[in-house]
Design a binder for this molecule. Structure first.
Ligand code: AMP
Length: 420
């Protein structure tokens, strides 16, 4: 029997992968101009990191992690998100002693045992940034600007930004007291999970997906209305910074991200064209996370973008990327003894940085041209006995069919000029 791939994961085949690489190039260029440097952390960590960092009561940790014992019985988990591991690395490598703020970015796979559907997978990929060591709202705004510029550079339209503040632990206490008092008389209508959450982590009530609970919570208190003066001032300052950067947004007081570590600013970017899973990027401030994970008090802010969903949104808008195959050259050899010559031409092109391929078996001209056509290359170079005797090759543009004979020494400059 054939072994198939597990549910919720997928292969990325070359055609699609070239789109991924284009997107990754945009990420790297953008991160670079904003002064972020890449970090790569392991795919798995001790489970405890996510329990402490992301929060034991969150769906991500309680229900969606791939957790397994290693051969010595220690509990490991595939990372369900990127921030906790970057924080662990920040602490482990004493990055608080680096010039502050420390600005990092990552791209890589994340794993969640979620119910697969369009835009929701068990292995998916995120691009994320984290800034440590600066609590100023100007950094929150910069991070949001970087996120929006990422979509802009890709050409994605129709996105909307929602912002809110979930406040610090002080605001959180007041808010959760209000929430618990509000919901207590209606406890019977809550799902089993929410009845537990009510005692253990009431904030998580707000991200329950059960329709019954959602109904009960529509009029419930929201964190934004319980901000302490410091958090309220931070949020007001953030709004001014966004204004200065010409960024439009909606305030969504119901925005509570499904991770415990957020304090203050939280934000989400949506795209309307991709169905129910319409959040394409999200983030916020996590000023206590470094300390929670055992490091010195260090403020932090960041975001994570879902790469699959971003590509879906681009596809929805019919936005294409440059097709690498179109740039290529296919070298066709015609006649006895021309194969070796074709090899030299192919190598010369490759060494000049031009993508080139050929038919290895020296089949008939028609077959070779068909092969060139199927590959979708832009140019065909024909190496025939007659041309060789004149020191020339034929160069054909596949889109127009135009063909010229050029001296072999002219081929590379000619292709470059034509390409430019
Ligand atoms: P989160 O870490 O939950 O804040 O998610 C950040 C972004 O990652 C979301 O806005 C999505 O674009 C993406 N994302 C989260 N979970 C999944 C998933 N299971 N499959 C695909 N993308 C996801």
């Amino acid at each position: 029997m054939r072994v198939k791939k597990p549910r919720g994961v997928f292969d990325i085949l070359p055609d699609k992968l070239e789109k991924w690489q284009h997107l990754e190039g945009v990420v790297r260029d953008l991160a670079h101009v904003y002064g972020y440097r890449e970090i790569r952390t392991p795919i798995f960590e001790f489970t405890e990191l996510f329990q402490r960092g992301v929060g034991e009561e969150t769906d991500i940790v309680a229900k969606e992690m791939y957790t397994f014992p290693d051969r010595r019985g220690r509990s490991l988990s595939l990372r369900p998100e990127g921030t906790a591991a970057v924080v662990r690395a920040f602490i482990e490598h004493n990055m608080h002693a680096w010039p502050q703020p420390v600005k990092l970015y990552y791209i890589g796979p994340m794993f969640r045992y979620d119910r697969p559907q369009a835009g929701r997978y068990r292995q998916f990929h995120q691009f994320g940034v984290e800034v440590f060591g600066c609590a100023e709202p100007a950094v929150d705004a910069e991070v949001i600007k970087l996120l929006l510029q990422f979509y802009e550079v890709l050409g994605l339209k129709g996105i909307s930004l929602e912002i809110s503040s979930v406040g610090c632990p002080k605001c959180r206490n007041e808010f959760t007291d209000a929430l618990v008092s509000y919901i207590r008389p209606q406890t019977a209508g809550l799902c089993k999970d929410c009845r537990n959450r009510l005692h253990r982590n009431p904030l998580r009530l707000l991200d329950c997906k059960e329709p019954g609970c959602r109904g009960l919570l529509t009029e419930a208190p929201v964190p934004l209305n319980y901000l302490c003066p410091v958090c309220a001032a931070h949020f007001a300052a953030l709004r001014n910074e966004l204004l200065a950067l010409n960024i439009s947004y909606n305030i969504n007081p119901h925005l509570v991200r499904g991770l415990d570590y957020y304090t203050g600013t939280s934000f989400e970017v949506m795209h309307a064209g991709i169905g129910a899973q319409n959040a394409i990027g999200a983030g916020g401030r996590y000023d206590n996370l470094v300390q929670t994970c055992g490091g010195p008090p260090t403020p932090g802010v960041g975001f994570a973008v879902g790469i699959e969903r971003t590509l879906m949104a681009l596809q929805d808008q019919g936005i294409g990327f440059p097709d690498a195959a179109q740039e290529g050259v296919f070298v066709v050899s015609v006649g006895e003894g021309t194969l070796r010559h074709a090899l030299r031409v192919v190598q010369a092109l490759r060494e000049a940085g031009i993508r080139a391929d050929r038919d290895y078996a020296g089949r008939g001209l028609k077959t070779q041209l068909k092969q060139a056509h199927r590959r979708g290359v832009k140019w065909v170079v024909i190496v025939g006995e007659e041309e060789i005797s004149r020191g020339n090759v034929a160069l054909r543009a596949m889109d127009t069919g135009e063909q010229i004979e050029v001296n072999e020494s002219e081929l590379i400059p000619r292709l470059r000029a034509w390409r430019a």
